[in-house]
Design a protein around this ligand. Sequence first.
Ligand code: GTP
Ligand code: MG
Length: 442
Amino acid sequence: SGPAAPPAATPSGASRRPGTCPRLAAPACACSAIPIPGSRWTARWCSGSQVPKVSRVRTAQEFHVHGGSAVVSGVLQALGSVPGLRPAEAGEFTRRAFAHGKLSLTEVEGLADLIHAETEAQRRQALRQLDGELGHLCHGWAKTLTKALAHVEAYIDFGEDDNLEEGVLERANSQVRELELALSAHLRDARRGQRLRSGAHIVVTGPPNAGKSSLVNLLSRKPVSIVSPEPGTTRDVLETPVDLAGFPALLSDTAGLREGAGPVEQEGVRRARQRLEQADLILAVLDATDLASPSSRSFLDTVVVPAGAGSPSENSQRLLLVLNKSDLLPRGGPDLSPHLPPHLLLSCLTGEGLDGLLEALRKELAEVCGDPSTGPPLLTRARHQHHLQGCLDALSHYKQTKDLALAAEALRLARGHLARITGGGDTEEILDIIFRDFCVGK
Ligand SMILES: Nc1nc2c(ncn2[C@@H]2O[C@H](COP(=O)(O)OP(=O)(O)OP(=O)(O)O)[C@@H](O)[C@H]2O)c(=O)[nH]1
Ligand SMILES: [Mg+2]
C-alpha cells in the first residue's frame, strides 16, 4: 500500500520531513520526523506503528495536535515511552505552586473556582480571589494579631521590670477590638460569597395554576416542568440551575399551595413549604386575573405579607411578587397596585414584563450574593467562615481572661485560624517584631 499519512501531531511552525524509520523491518514504511522549534525534541512517526515517537526530551514543551482521540492517545503513548516522563496528576502543578509558596490556599481555591465558573459573577469573584485579594486581607488581619501578640509577650517579658514604653497592653487591646469589628462585619456577609459560588436558591411559589411552572420554563429557557391548565399539575420540587443576569441560581418549581387536596398533592405542598424556608429569594406568582380567589388571598396573607415584599427587614426573606397572565387583563381595567404589596406584571405567554423581572432579579441577586466587582473580597467557602468564627471565639477568650499567658495563647490560637485560611502560619516572626517594634530596655 502507498505511503500512509502520518498522524497529525504538528507543533506550530514545524515542517515535516522524511526521517529514518526506527522499524526498518516495515518495507512500505513512510516515516516522518518533525524537529520541534526551539528545542532539541524530534517527534517521529512510523506508518508501521502509527505511533509517534518523541526523542531527546530536554525542555518543557507544549504540543498542539489535532483533536481526534486516536491522535491524542498516540502522542500520549509516545510521550509515555520517554524514560522519566509521566502524566501529571490532577491539580499537580497547582499543588506544587502552593508547596513552593507561589500560591496561597485561597488563591488555589480561586483558581479552582475559576475553572468551574459558569456565570460572569462567579468568574469575577474567582478572579479576585485568584489575584490574592482574600489572602491579602487575611494576611493583614494576621499581621495585626502578630503585633498584638508581640505587645502582650513583650509585656509578659519586660513589663514588670518597667523597661517597656507605656500603654503597650492598651494598644494590644485596641488592635484586638478593631480586628473583632472587621471580622464580625465579614462574617455577617459570609453566606454571600458562598451563594455566589454555589448559586442562590430561588423558590417559585404561589397558588395552583398561577403559572409557576411556565415561569420556571421561561427563566431557564427549557421545558423543565409540565405546564397544563389543570390545577395541581406540579407535585414535587423540580430544580434547575440557571444563569440570571450573570448570577448563578438554583430555581425550584414547587406544588401550588392549597389545602384539602389528595395525599400525594398534600405531600407536594409540604415539600413546597419546606423548600420555601430554605429560600434565599422567593418568587411569588399570582394569577393577575384571579386575585380575589380564596387561594390567592390566603397566599397573600400567609406568604407575601409576612415576607414584606419589596422592603425586606433584617430577619425576613427576600421576596418578589409577580402577577402573571397580564395578557388576560382587560386594557384600561382597574389599577391593581393600591391593594397589593409592590409587584411586577408579567405574561409568561407573550414575554411582556420579562425584562423588568430580570432586572429586578439582578438587583435582588446582587443583594443576596454580593456584587463581586465592588467591596471587600467575600468569603467563598464554609471553611473560611469556620476559621473566621474560630478566630473571633479566640479573641473573645482573650478579652475575658485576666491571665496574660492565657491571653497570649488566645491570640496565638486566633492567628492560627487566620493562617489556616491561607494555608500558612509562622510563629518565628513574633520575635522579630518584638525587637523591631519596641524600644525595649530604654
Ligand atoms: N394567558 C396566559 N396563560 C398562562 C400564562 N402563564 C401560564 N398560563 C397558563 O396557565 C396554566 C397553568 O400554568 P402552569 O405553569 O402549569 O401553572 P402552575 O402554577 O405551575 O400550576 P400548578 O403546577 O398546577 O400549581 C397553563 O394552561 C398555562 O398555559 C400567561 O402568562 N398567560
Ligand atoms: Mg406547575
